[in-house]
Design a protein around this ligand. Structure first.
Ligand code: EPU
Length: 418
Protein backbone atom coordinates (compact mmCIF):
# COMPACT_ATOMS: atom_id res chain seq x y z
CA UNK A 1 0.00 0.00 0.00
CA UNK A 2 1.31 3.47 -0.83
CA UNK A 3 2.19 5.82 2.00
CA UNK A 4 2.94 9.53 2.35
CA UNK A 5 6.12 10.61 4.10
CA UNK A 6 6.15 14.12 5.57
CA UNK A 7 8.94 15.98 7.34
CA UNK A 8 7.22 18.67 9.38
CA UNK A 9 8.25 22.22 10.10
CA UNK A 10 7.85 24.08 6.79
CA UNK A 11 5.29 26.89 6.75
CA UNK A 12 3.30 26.84 3.50
CA UNK A 13 3.97 29.70 1.05
CA UNK A 14 2.82 30.36 -2.52
CA UNK A 15 -0.16 29.87 -4.84
CA UNK A 16 -2.13 26.87 -6.07
CA UNK A 17 -5.27 26.29 -8.11
CA UNK A 18 -8.29 24.63 -6.57
CA UNK A 19 -9.67 21.55 -8.37
CA UNK A 20 -13.24 20.74 -9.33
CA UNK A 21 -15.59 19.55 -6.59
CA UNK A 22 -15.88 15.80 -5.99
CA UNK A 23 -19.27 16.08 -4.32
CA UNK A 24 -20.65 18.25 -7.12
CA UNK A 25 -19.23 15.99 -9.84
CA UNK A 26 -20.58 12.67 -8.53
CA UNK A 27 -24.33 13.50 -8.71
CA UNK A 28 -23.83 15.33 -12.02
CA UNK A 29 -22.20 12.28 -13.61
CA UNK A 30 -25.06 10.13 -12.25
CA UNK A 31 -27.63 12.60 -13.62
CA UNK A 32 -26.24 12.20 -17.13
CA UNK A 33 -28.09 8.85 -17.14
CA UNK A 34 -31.30 10.83 -17.66
CA UNK A 35 -30.40 12.21 -21.09
CA UNK A 36 -29.96 10.20 -24.32
CA UNK A 37 -27.82 12.97 -25.78
CA UNK A 38 -24.14 13.71 -25.31
CA UNK A 39 -23.10 15.42 -22.06
CA UNK A 40 -19.76 17.18 -21.79
CA UNK A 41 -18.33 17.78 -18.34
CA UNK A 42 -15.43 20.17 -17.83
CA UNK A 43 -13.13 20.63 -14.85
CA UNK A 44 -13.64 17.15 -13.43
CA UNK A 45 -11.12 16.44 -10.69
CA UNK A 46 -8.79 13.47 -11.22
CA UNK A 47 -9.84 11.38 -8.22
CA UNK A 48 -10.44 7.74 -7.37
CA UNK A 49 -14.14 8.40 -6.57
CA UNK A 50 -14.65 9.84 -10.06
CA UNK A 51 -12.95 6.78 -11.59
CA UNK A 52 -15.23 4.54 -9.50
CA UNK A 53 -18.30 6.45 -10.69
CA UNK A 54 -17.14 6.05 -14.30
CA UNK A 55 -16.56 2.35 -13.69
CA UNK A 56 -20.13 2.06 -12.42
CA UNK A 57 -21.51 4.01 -15.40
CA UNK A 58 -19.43 1.88 -17.78
CA UNK A 59 -20.75 -1.34 -16.19
CA UNK A 60 -24.27 -0.12 -17.00
CA UNK A 61 -23.41 0.51 -20.68
CA UNK A 62 -22.46 4.21 -20.68
CA UNK A 63 -19.81 5.40 -23.12
CA UNK A 64 -17.28 7.75 -21.54
CA UNK A 65 -14.60 9.47 -23.59
CA UNK A 66 -11.84 11.82 -22.50
CA UNK A 67 -11.54 14.30 -25.37
CA UNK A 68 -8.50 16.21 -26.58
CA UNK A 69 -9.36 19.21 -24.37
CA UNK A 70 -9.33 16.96 -21.26
CA UNK A 71 -13.09 17.18 -20.90
CA UNK A 72 -15.26 14.09 -20.48
CA UNK A 73 -18.13 13.29 -22.78
CA UNK A 74 -20.72 10.85 -21.49
CA UNK A 75 -23.33 9.10 -23.62
CA UNK A 76 -25.87 6.93 -21.87
CA UNK A 77 -28.25 6.25 -24.79
CA UNK A 78 -27.27 2.56 -24.84
CA UNK A 79 -27.63 1.82 -21.15
CA UNK A 80 -28.59 -1.85 -20.83
CA UNK A 81 -27.81 -2.84 -17.24
CA UNK A 82 -29.49 -1.05 -14.36
CA UNK A 83 -27.48 -2.48 -11.52
CA UNK A 84 -24.85 -1.10 -9.12
CA UNK A 85 -22.93 -4.11 -7.85
CA UNK A 86 -21.88 -4.45 -4.22
CA UNK A 87 -18.18 -4.50 -5.20
CA UNK A 88 -18.52 -0.89 -6.42
CA UNK A 89 -20.98 0.40 -3.82
CA UNK A 90 -18.82 -0.84 -0.95
CA UNK A 91 -15.88 1.22 -2.23
CA UNK A 92 -18.02 4.32 -2.81
CA UNK A 93 -21.36 4.91 -1.08
CA UNK A 94 -22.15 7.75 -3.49
CA UNK A 95 -23.00 4.98 -6.01
CA UNK A 96 -26.51 5.30 -4.48
CA UNK A 97 -26.81 8.47 -6.59
CA UNK A 98 -27.67 6.44 -9.70
CA UNK A 99 -30.88 5.21 -8.02
CA UNK A 100 -32.99 8.34 -8.57
CA UNK A 101 -31.68 8.83 -12.11
CA UNK A 102 -32.34 5.21 -13.15
CA UNK A 103 -35.84 5.18 -11.66
CA UNK A 104 -36.73 8.51 -13.26
CA UNK A 105 -35.48 7.51 -16.70
CA UNK A 106 -35.86 3.71 -16.93
CA UNK A 107 -38.27 2.81 -14.09
CA UNK A 108 -35.96 0.11 -12.75
CA UNK A 109 -32.82 -0.12 -10.61
CA UNK A 110 -31.00 -2.70 -8.56
CA UNK A 111 -28.50 -1.07 -6.22
CA UNK A 112 -26.44 -2.77 -3.52
CA UNK A 113 -27.51 -1.39 -0.16
CA UNK A 114 -24.55 0.57 1.21
CA UNK A 115 -23.60 -0.64 4.68
CA UNK A 116 -22.14 1.51 7.44
CA UNK A 117 -18.70 3.02 6.99
CA UNK A 118 -15.84 4.38 9.08
CA UNK A 119 -17.74 7.59 9.95
CA UNK A 120 -21.17 6.20 10.84
CA UNK A 121 -24.07 3.87 10.03
CA UNK A 122 -25.27 6.11 7.20
CA UNK A 123 -28.67 4.60 6.34
CA UNK A 124 -30.51 5.57 3.13
CA UNK A 125 -34.08 5.43 4.50
CA UNK A 126 -34.81 9.08 3.59
CA UNK A 127 -33.88 8.36 -0.05
CA UNK A 128 -36.12 5.29 -0.17
CA UNK A 129 -39.08 6.90 1.67
CA UNK A 130 -38.98 9.82 -0.77
CA UNK A 131 -38.80 7.63 -3.87
CA UNK A 132 -41.72 5.56 -2.56
CA UNK A 133 -43.75 8.78 -2.20
CA UNK A 134 -43.07 9.48 -5.88
CA UNK A 135 -44.60 6.08 -6.66
CA UNK A 136 -41.66 3.66 -6.72
CA UNK A 137 -41.98 0.08 -5.44
CA UNK A 138 -38.92 -0.65 -3.35
CA UNK A 139 -37.91 -3.91 -1.72
CA UNK A 140 -34.68 -4.91 0.00
CA UNK A 141 -33.62 -8.44 -0.94
CA UNK A 142 -30.26 -10.19 -0.64
CA UNK A 143 -28.50 -6.97 0.28
CA UNK A 144 -29.85 -5.09 -2.75
CA UNK A 145 -32.41 -2.32 -3.21
CA UNK A 146 -34.80 -3.53 -5.93
CA UNK A 147 -36.74 -0.51 -7.20
CA UNK A 148 -39.27 -0.24 -10.01
CA UNK A 149 -42.00 2.10 -11.16
CA UNK A 150 -44.13 3.20 -14.05
CA UNK A 151 -43.58 6.91 -14.63
CA UNK A 152 -43.05 8.56 -11.24
CA UNK A 153 -45.68 11.09 -10.18
CA UNK A 154 -44.91 14.44 -8.55
CA UNK A 155 -45.78 14.87 -4.89
CA UNK A 156 -45.28 17.06 -1.81
CA UNK A 157 -42.59 15.66 0.40
CA UNK A 158 -40.87 16.77 3.59
CA UNK A 159 -37.59 14.99 4.40
CA UNK A 160 -37.60 13.58 7.93
CA UNK A 161 -33.92 14.51 8.29
CA UNK A 162 -31.59 16.53 6.14
CA UNK A 163 -29.60 14.56 3.59
CA UNK A 164 -27.35 15.79 0.78
CA UNK A 165 -27.33 12.76 -1.55
CA UNK A 166 -30.96 12.02 -0.59
CA UNK A 167 -31.99 15.49 -1.77
CA UNK A 168 -29.98 14.90 -4.97
CA UNK A 169 -31.61 11.52 -5.62
CA UNK A 170 -35.07 13.03 -5.22
CA UNK A 171 -34.27 16.00 -7.48
CA UNK A 172 -33.16 13.56 -10.20
CA UNK A 173 -36.16 11.27 -9.82
CA UNK A 174 -38.65 14.17 -9.82
CA UNK A 175 -37.09 15.79 -12.89
CA UNK A 176 -38.61 13.20 -15.24
CA UNK A 177 -41.75 12.59 -13.13
CA UNK A 178 -45.24 13.58 -14.18
CA UNK A 179 -46.36 16.87 -12.63
CA UNK A 180 -44.99 18.98 -9.81
CA UNK A 181 -42.85 17.85 -6.86
CA UNK A 182 -42.27 20.07 -3.83
CA UNK A 183 -39.39 18.98 -1.62
CA UNK A 184 -39.16 20.48 1.88
CA UNK A 185 -36.49 20.27 4.59
CA UNK A 186 -33.94 19.76 1.82
CA UNK A 187 -30.16 20.06 2.03
CA UNK A 188 -28.91 23.51 0.92
CA UNK A 189 -25.27 22.66 0.14
CA UNK A 190 -23.80 24.46 -2.92
CA UNK A 191 -23.51 21.04 -4.62
CA UNK A 192 -27.33 20.83 -4.65
CA UNK A 193 -27.42 24.10 -6.59
CA UNK A 194 -24.81 22.71 -9.02
CA UNK A 195 -26.94 19.65 -9.74
CA UNK A 196 -30.04 21.80 -10.31
CA UNK A 197 -28.09 24.17 -12.59
CA UNK A 198 -26.75 21.23 -14.60
CA UNK A 199 -30.20 19.64 -15.01
CA UNK A 200 -31.77 23.00 -15.91
CA UNK A 201 -29.18 23.38 -18.70
CA UNK A 202 -30.43 20.03 -20.03
CA UNK A 203 -34.04 21.31 -19.98
CA UNK A 204 -35.24 20.44 -16.48
CA UNK A 205 -37.42 22.87 -14.55
CA UNK A 206 -36.02 23.05 -11.00
CA UNK A 207 -36.45 26.10 -8.78
CA UNK A 208 -35.36 26.89 -5.24
CA UNK A 209 -32.14 24.84 -4.99
CA UNK A 210 -30.10 26.30 -2.13
CA UNK A 211 -33.27 27.27 -0.20
CA UNK A 212 -35.55 25.30 2.15
CA UNK A 213 -37.94 24.26 -0.61
CA UNK A 214 -37.20 22.91 -4.07
CA UNK A 215 -39.96 22.86 -6.67
CA UNK A 216 -39.56 20.60 -9.68
CA UNK A 217 -41.93 20.64 -12.65
CA UNK A 218 -41.45 17.27 -14.32
CA UNK A 219 -40.41 17.24 -18.00
CA UNK A 220 -40.70 14.43 -20.58
CA UNK A 221 -37.08 14.34 -21.62
CA UNK A 222 -33.71 16.03 -21.26
CA UNK A 223 -31.35 17.23 -23.97
CA UNK A 224 -27.56 17.11 -24.07
CA UNK A 225 -25.35 19.89 -22.77
CA UNK A 226 -22.06 21.07 -21.35
CA UNK A 227 -21.25 21.92 -17.72
CA UNK A 228 -18.13 22.96 -15.86
CA UNK A 229 -17.75 21.57 -12.34
CA UNK A 230 -17.29 24.39 -9.78
CA UNK A 231 -14.35 24.38 -7.36
CA UNK A 232 -14.13 22.06 -4.36
CA UNK A 233 -14.85 24.11 -1.23
CA UNK A 234 -13.58 21.32 1.05
CA UNK A 235 -10.31 20.99 -0.85
CA UNK A 236 -9.91 24.79 -0.62
CA UNK A 237 -10.75 24.73 3.11
CA UNK A 238 -8.21 21.96 3.70
CA UNK A 239 -5.36 23.98 2.13
CA UNK A 240 -6.44 27.11 4.03
CA UNK A 241 -6.38 25.03 7.21
CA UNK A 242 -2.89 23.75 6.33
CA UNK A 243 -1.72 27.36 5.90
CA UNK A 244 -3.15 28.38 9.29
CA UNK A 245 -1.74 25.32 11.08
CA UNK A 246 1.77 25.89 9.64
CA UNK A 247 1.63 29.72 10.04
CA UNK A 248 1.88 30.10 6.31
CA UNK A 249 0.94 32.61 3.63
CA UNK A 250 -0.84 31.18 0.58
CA UNK A 251 -3.27 32.10 -2.18
CA UNK A 252 -5.76 29.64 -3.61
CA UNK A 253 -6.97 30.49 -7.11
CA UNK A 254 -10.01 29.40 -9.12
CA UNK A 255 -12.47 29.69 -6.24
CA UNK A 256 -15.58 31.67 -5.42
CA UNK A 257 -15.39 32.62 -1.75
CA UNK A 258 -19.16 33.08 -1.46
CA UNK A 259 -19.47 29.29 -1.35
CA UNK A 260 -17.12 28.84 1.59
CA UNK A 261 -19.86 29.35 4.24
CA UNK A 262 -18.76 30.20 7.78
CA UNK A 263 -15.35 28.53 7.43
CA UNK A 264 -13.69 31.86 6.55
CA UNK A 265 -15.03 33.49 9.71
CA UNK A 266 -13.57 30.64 11.79
CA UNK A 267 -10.12 31.15 10.23
CA UNK A 268 -10.38 34.87 11.05
CA UNK A 269 -11.37 34.09 14.64
CA UNK A 270 -8.24 31.93 14.85
CA UNK A 271 -6.24 35.06 14.05
CA UNK A 272 -5.65 34.59 10.33
CA UNK A 273 -5.63 37.50 7.89
CA UNK A 274 -8.00 36.54 5.07
CA UNK A 275 -8.45 38.49 1.85
CA UNK A 276 -11.33 37.48 -0.41
CA UNK A 277 -10.96 38.34 -4.10
CA UNK A 278 -13.22 37.64 -7.05
CA UNK A 279 -11.52 34.34 -7.94
CA UNK A 280 -9.10 33.67 -5.10
CA UNK A 281 -8.54 33.65 -1.36
CA UNK A 282 -5.34 34.84 0.27
CA UNK A 283 -4.66 33.69 3.82
CA UNK A 284 -1.80 34.65 6.11
CA UNK A 285 -1.17 33.51 9.66
CA UNK A 286 1.49 35.38 11.57
CA UNK A 287 0.38 35.12 15.18
CA UNK A 288 -0.19 32.30 17.63
CA UNK A 289 -3.35 30.42 16.72
CA UNK A 290 -6.40 31.27 18.85
CA UNK A 291 -8.55 28.21 19.66
CA UNK A 292 -12.05 28.29 18.17
CA UNK A 293 -15.07 26.11 19.05
CA UNK A 294 -16.72 24.39 16.13
CA UNK A 295 -20.10 22.65 15.77
CA UNK A 296 -20.77 20.81 12.51
CA UNK A 297 -24.13 21.44 10.89
CA UNK A 298 -25.79 21.22 7.48
CA UNK A 299 -24.90 24.12 5.14
CA UNK A 300 -24.69 27.07 5.78
CA UNK A 301 -23.37 25.72 9.09
CA UNK A 302 -19.83 24.50 9.57
CA UNK A 303 -19.14 21.46 7.32
CA UNK A 304 -18.52 18.05 8.85
CA UNK A 305 -16.00 17.50 6.04
CA UNK A 306 -13.76 20.18 7.69
CA UNK A 307 -14.17 18.93 11.27
CA UNK A 308 -11.03 16.76 11.36
CA UNK A 309 -8.87 19.59 9.93
CA UNK A 310 -10.16 22.04 12.59
CA UNK A 311 -9.57 19.45 15.32
CA UNK A 312 -5.92 19.47 14.23
CA UNK A 313 -5.60 23.28 14.09
CA UNK A 314 -7.08 23.55 17.59
CA UNK A 315 -4.57 20.93 18.76
CA UNK A 316 -1.68 23.28 17.93
CA UNK A 317 -3.48 26.45 19.11
CA UNK A 318 -2.77 28.54 22.16
CA UNK A 319 -5.57 27.39 24.53
CA UNK A 320 -8.57 25.06 24.64
CA UNK A 321 -11.51 24.45 22.32
CA UNK A 322 -14.42 22.06 21.82
CA UNK A 323 -15.28 20.51 18.48
CA UNK A 324 -18.77 19.00 18.27
CA UNK A 325 -19.81 16.64 15.47
CA UNK A 326 -23.56 16.73 14.82
CA UNK A 327 -23.78 15.07 11.38
CA UNK A 328 -22.07 11.68 11.74
CA UNK A 329 -21.97 9.62 14.94
CA UNK A 330 -18.45 8.23 14.57
CA UNK A 331 -16.31 10.88 12.93
CA UNK A 332 -13.50 11.15 15.48
CA UNK A 333 -11.37 8.22 14.29
CA UNK A 334 -8.49 10.63 13.60
CA UNK A 335 -8.32 11.65 17.28
CA UNK A 336 -6.49 8.53 18.50
CA UNK A 337 -3.88 8.98 15.78
CA UNK A 338 -3.48 12.68 16.68
CA UNK A 339 -3.02 11.69 20.33
CA UNK A 340 -0.21 9.34 19.22
CA UNK A 341 1.47 12.43 17.73
CA UNK A 342 1.27 14.27 21.05
CA UNK A 343 -2.08 16.09 20.77
CA UNK A 344 -4.13 16.48 23.95
CA UNK A 345 -7.71 15.55 22.98
CA UNK A 346 -10.47 13.78 24.91
CA UNK A 347 -13.63 12.64 23.18
CA UNK A 348 -16.87 12.46 25.11
CA UNK A 349 -19.99 11.59 23.12
CA UNK A 350 -20.05 13.75 20.03
CA UNK A 351 -17.58 16.35 21.34
CA UNK A 352 -13.80 16.49 21.32
CA UNK A 353 -12.20 18.59 24.08
CA UNK A 354 -8.87 19.88 22.88
CA UNK A 355 -6.03 21.50 24.82
CA UNK A 356 -3.55 23.06 22.42
CA UNK A 357 0.05 21.87 22.83
CA UNK A 358 3.28 23.67 21.89
CA UNK A 359 4.74 20.80 19.85
CA UNK A 360 3.51 17.62 18.22
CA UNK A 361 5.80 14.86 17.00
CA UNK A 362 5.93 12.82 13.81
CA UNK A 363 4.73 9.21 13.96
CA UNK A 364 3.49 6.37 11.78
CA UNK A 365 -0.25 6.91 11.54
CA UNK A 366 -3.14 5.25 9.75
CA UNK A 367 -5.84 7.04 7.78
CA UNK A 368 -9.38 5.74 8.35
CA UNK A 369 -11.39 7.90 5.96
CA UNK A 370 -10.92 10.70 3.48
CA UNK A 371 -11.07 13.74 5.77
CA UNK A 372 -9.29 11.94 8.63
CA UNK A 373 -6.37 11.33 6.28
CA UNK A 374 -6.30 15.04 5.32
CA UNK A 375 -6.13 15.89 9.02
CA UNK A 376 -3.22 13.48 9.57
CA UNK A 377 -1.31 15.02 6.66
CA UNK A 378 -1.85 18.48 8.18
CA UNK A 379 -0.62 17.12 11.52
CA UNK A 380 2.49 15.79 9.75
CA UNK A 381 3.16 19.26 8.33
CA UNK A 382 3.12 20.77 11.85
CA UNK A 383 4.99 17.95 13.62
CA UNK A 384 8.62 17.75 14.60
CA UNK A 385 10.31 15.04 12.51
CA UNK A 386 8.93 12.39 10.18
CA UNK A 387 5.31 11.32 9.80
CA UNK A 388 4.29 8.36 7.66
CA UNK A 389 0.59 8.32 6.72
CA UNK A 390 -0.54 4.81 5.79
CA UNK A 391 -3.63 3.84 3.72
CA UNK A 392 -3.20 6.78 1.38
CA UNK A 393 -5.92 5.40 -0.91
CA UNK A 394 -8.39 7.26 1.30
CA UNK A 395 -6.82 10.62 0.38
CA UNK A 396 -6.74 9.76 -3.33
CA UNK A 397 -10.54 9.42 -3.27
CA UNK A 398 -10.98 13.13 -2.70
CA UNK A 399 -7.79 15.23 -3.06
CA UNK A 400 -6.21 15.67 -6.48
CA UNK A 401 -2.39 15.30 -6.42
CA UNK A 402 -2.22 16.40 -2.78
CA UNK A 403 1.52 15.78 -2.36
CA UNK A 404 2.25 17.74 -5.56
CA UNK A 405 0.16 20.72 -4.44
CA UNK A 406 1.65 20.70 -0.94
CA UNK A 407 5.22 20.34 -2.29
CA UNK A 408 4.52 23.29 -4.55
CA UNK A 409 3.65 25.28 -1.41
CA UNK A 410 6.99 24.29 0.14
CA UNK A 411 6.00 21.23 2.18
CA UNK A 412 8.44 18.38 2.52
CA UNK A 413 6.19 15.52 1.43
CA UNK A 414 6.63 12.54 -0.86
CA UNK A 415 4.71 9.43 -1.85
CA UNK A 416 6.42 6.19 -0.98
CA UNK A 417 5.77 3.32 -3.37
CA UNK A 418 4.07 0.12 -2.19
N1 EPU B 1 -29.07 9.96 7.10
C1 EPU B 1 -30.07 9.11 7.50
N2 EPU B 1 -30.88 8.55 6.53
C2 EPU B 1 -30.71 8.82 5.22
C3 EPU B 1 -29.69 9.69 4.81
C4 EPU B 1 -28.87 10.25 5.78
O1 EPU B 1 -30.25 8.84 8.70
O2 EPU B 1 -31.48 8.30 4.40
C5 EPU B 1 -28.19 10.56 8.10
C6 EPU B 1 -26.73 10.13 7.92
O3 EPU B 1 -26.48 8.88 8.57
C7 EPU B 1 -25.98 11.28 8.53
C8 EPU B 1 -26.85 12.48 8.15
O4 EPU B 1 -28.14 11.96 7.88
O5 EPU B 1 -25.93 11.15 9.92
C9 EPU B 1 -26.38 13.29 6.96
O6 EPU B 1 -26.04 12.43 5.89
P1 EPU B 1 -26.13 12.86 4.36
O7 EPU B 1 -27.11 11.96 3.69
O8 EPU B 1 -26.33 14.32 4.24
O9 EPU B 1 -24.67 12.48 3.83
P2 EPU B 1 -24.35 11.94 2.40
O10 EPU B 1 -25.28 12.53 1.43
O11 EPU B 1 -24.20 10.46 2.45
C10 EPU B 1 -22.72 13.86 1.67
C11 EPU B 1 -21.29 13.96 1.23
C12 EPU B 1 -20.38 13.69 2.43
C13 EPU B 1 -20.69 14.76 3.48
C14 EPU B 1 -22.18 14.69 3.86
C15 EPU B 1 -22.60 15.76 4.85
C16 EPU B 1 -21.37 13.31 -1.10
C17 EPU B 1 -21.05 12.31 -2.15
N3 EPU B 1 -21.05 12.98 0.17
O12 EPU B 1 -22.88 12.53 2.17
O13 EPU B 1 -19.03 13.84 1.97
O14 EPU B 1 -19.92 14.50 4.64
O15 EPU B 1 -22.99 14.83 2.67
O16 EPU B 1 -22.30 17.02 4.35
O17 EPU B 1 -21.87 14.38 -1.39
C18 EPU B 1 -16.72 13.48 2.03
O18 EPU B 1 -16.64 14.11 0.96
O19 EPU B 1 -15.70 13.16 2.71
C19 EPU B 1 -18.03 13.09 2.53
C20 EPU B 1 -18.20 12.14 3.45
Amino acid sequence: MEKLRIIGGESLQGEINCSGSKNAALPIIAASIMSDKKIIIENLPYLQDITTMFELMGSMGAEIILDETMNFSISTANLNNFEARYELVKTMRASILVLGALLGKYGTAKIALPGGCAIGTRPVNYHLDGLRKLGADIEIRNGYIHASCKRLVGTNLKFEGMTVTGTENLIMAATLAEGTTRLKNVAKEPEIIDLANFLNILGANIKGAGTDEIIIEGVDELSGGRFSIPFDRIEAGTYLAAAVATKGNIRINKIDSSRMGNMIEKFQLMGAFVELNANSIHIKMEKNIKPVDVITEPFPGFPTDMQAQFTLINSVANGSATVTEKIFENRFMHVQELVRMGCDITVNGNSAFINGVKKIYGAQVMATDLRASACLILAGLCAVGETIVDRVYHIDRGYERIEEKLSYLGANIERLPR
